[in-house]
Design a protein around this ligand. Sequence first.
Ligand code: PLP
Length: 492
Amino acid sequence: MIPIIDQVIDPAVRARAIERYRERGIILPTFAQQRDPELVPEKVKAKLGGIGLWDLDPMNLFRITWKNQPQEKGGLYGPVNRIELPSSLTGVKARIVALVGQWFPTGAHKVGAAYGCLAPTIITGGFDPAYHKAVWPSTGNYCRGGAFDSYLMDCTSIAILPEEMSRERFDWLKTVGAEVIATPGCESNVKEIYDKCWELRNTREDVVIFNQFDQFGNAVWHYTCTGSAIEEVINEIGNDRSRLAAYVSATGSAGTIAAGDYLRTIEPQLKVVASEALQCPTLLKNGFGGHRIEGIGDKHVPWIHNSRNTDAVTAIDDEDCMRLLRLFNEPEGHAMLAEQGVPQETIAVLPLLGISSIGNLLSAIKTARWFEHDEDDIIITVATDSASMYGSRLAEMTEAHGAYTTLQAARDLDGCLLGQRTDNFKELTHPDRRAIHNLKYYTWVEQQAKETEDLESLWYDRDLWTRLFAQPARWDEMIDEFNAETGVLDNL
Ligand SMILES: Cc1ncc(COP(=O)(O)O)c(C=O)c1O
């Protein structure tokens, strides 16, 4: 049975967590507050004024929201952070808008996904901060988000990630005191991460594994917070003729794409498009392989991916993403874009796109071309993290290919961006969706000890996803009770 988390499972553990949070001054934000920071108490906002976005201060749990003011220190809340990418850059008529993850603490939205997994466990007594270690297996930013949230929630963390991930990630993890375990391989070597999790599970009693690929809290956070953030953006930027035409999301753990399940409830005609790396096209072709789009494409279908709600799959060449990373961040690239008529205000925000964000942009362009979207159509996608996470990748490319030139910029603009067409794009039929779902069997039932019955219910049970996505209403009640018992908010 796939559990719905709606009650305390161990009152003694919960009581210990309350005691500890009282001593440490930790308040847990509700999901409603993360969705709508207007609900954050004024006394919390007053504290945030003196705290930096990345500071290891428990108050920063209240900055797990798409609506942080875009500043390093002292910011409060404003509109959902997003950028619109004009036709002069994309070559298509449709309006392409990307939510910006840079302004979450850690510079990526994965602090939200991690909160969605950890917070319900704390309030129900499933995790004892004085005893348990929170294990965050990940190829991307999830273990950074998990380590950050753990620190703020006074939990010890263990991050597991492939040894070939960018140096920035390893350096930062050490600063939050996480135990770091590097597994063999690169981005798409998830099986090695799972093996390490089993080793920990079998040899240590104090570990709780928050596997983002099977933890519904990840998808639930995006359904609740990312979904409503997108709805707000549409309401703000749309006009009478606008329609939310598509939601495009790369799938790593398939958390972010769950916002599409929320959007379907407000726009049933919406196309939900999953994006992956051409070098590892698992959804598109049952394919496998290594690639350079950090954070996505892991040679399996995540347990939490509701493939019934995916309308199309597309795959992006990682070489295009890497070249555009240079175009969007090197001065010669900016000069070329300006010469081609891309507005300065757009050029200035291009560094907000990390490698997978560029992949999402390219997938949005393919989507616009495939469905022949026009200027009334809005395609929403997500910039999970920014180029600031990939300085070492830029340096590696300079070393390998020499300094970036205007000639190269012109080639990249034409070849990798304006030249995007509808190749490697597949609209899914019902049997295609079922085939994607079936692929879960090999990872989850054969390797990871899930029940076939649960696999079937994820496909057939009409109410299961609705019940899973509805959990935050109850979680918020339990968070309020928890905070009331610590008394920290009352005494602030
Ligand atoms: C940079 C980056 N992009 C995209 C993703 C994919 O998001 P999700 O895991 O929600 O599918 C991740 C996940 O960690 C990531 O780190």
